[in-house]
Ligand binder design. Structure first.
Ligand code: ZN
Ligand code: ZN
Length: 226
């Protein structure tokens, strides 16, 4: 098998000890060279609520979400946002290489096997983005791993998040609205909301808030990068 990112042949030769571990059965689409450029968040002294790396306490933003929206942030992520992740999302989202959706399959799948939720949903692309790109990047990233439910939609915003500065992002008003499918979900179910990148947290906090307003209490969020 070749690395989806760089085309190098992936060495999947397993050590004897690995053959007996479940992780050996999960397909891998990233080579060791690319993997060595990632900065995993696990095992570091992160914000306990949002996985902001190496700060060792509840971060300012999480305290702000609690004060302003009464949201106790419950977010996990896999990799620190760095140059490799930046280049990956540029190829995947800006240049629309949909095959790259599976690059982190093994990591996300492994996380999914270690956590359990009643309902898994995702941050949907806005209609104009979907039309321009031809696919929904968050949906494609997770569709083979989780049983995804589309429970809410996004209105077209004034300008894309990526073109906004930090203040503009934080001040963006709620752009999500619930779909009829949300009404079918029992309010005591645990909800997981997926996104690709967590930057200021605003996007996920808006969706978290929407579920809170709808009467849900057990809400977690997850992103590939933070
Ligand atoms: Zn590679
Ligand atoms: Zn935090």
């Amino acid at each position: 098998m070749k690395c989806l990112n760089c085309g190098l042949e992936i060495n999947n030769n397993l050590k004897i000890s690995e053959i007996f571990l479940f992780k050996a059965k999960i397909p891998n689409y990233i080579c060791q060279l690319c993997r060595s450029q990632l900065a995993p968040l696990i095992g570091r002294n992160n914000c306990p609520r949002c996985d902001k790396p190496d700060i060792g306490t509840i971060c300012r933003d999480c305290l702000m979400w609690e004060k302003k929206y009464r949201i106790i942030n419950c977010h996990q992520a896999l990799f620190e946002y760095n140059q490799f992740i930046h280049s990956y999302f540029k190829l995947y989202k800006r240049y629309g290489d949909v095959l790259l959706a599976r690059l982190f399959y093994q990591d996300i799948k492994r996380w999914s096997l270690q956590h359990s939720f009643d309902v898994v949903t995702y941050i949907p692309a806005s209609p104009s983005h979907l039309q321009a790109r031809g696919f929904d990047p968050v949906y494609e990233l997770y569709k083979d791993i989780f049983d995804l439910k589309k429970l809410f939609a996004k209105v077209d915003a004034d300008k894309p998040q990526a073109q906004k500065n930090r203040l503009e992002r934080l001040q963006t008003p709620q752009t999500f609205y619930p779909l009829p499918a949300l009404e079918q979900i029992q309010r005591n179910q645990s909800i997981l909301i997926l996104d690709d990148i967590y930057t200021t947290g605003r996007t996920l906090m808006h969706s978290h808030d929407m579920f809170l307003q709808a009467g849900f209490t057990n809400i977690s969020t997850f992103s590939l990068s933070r």
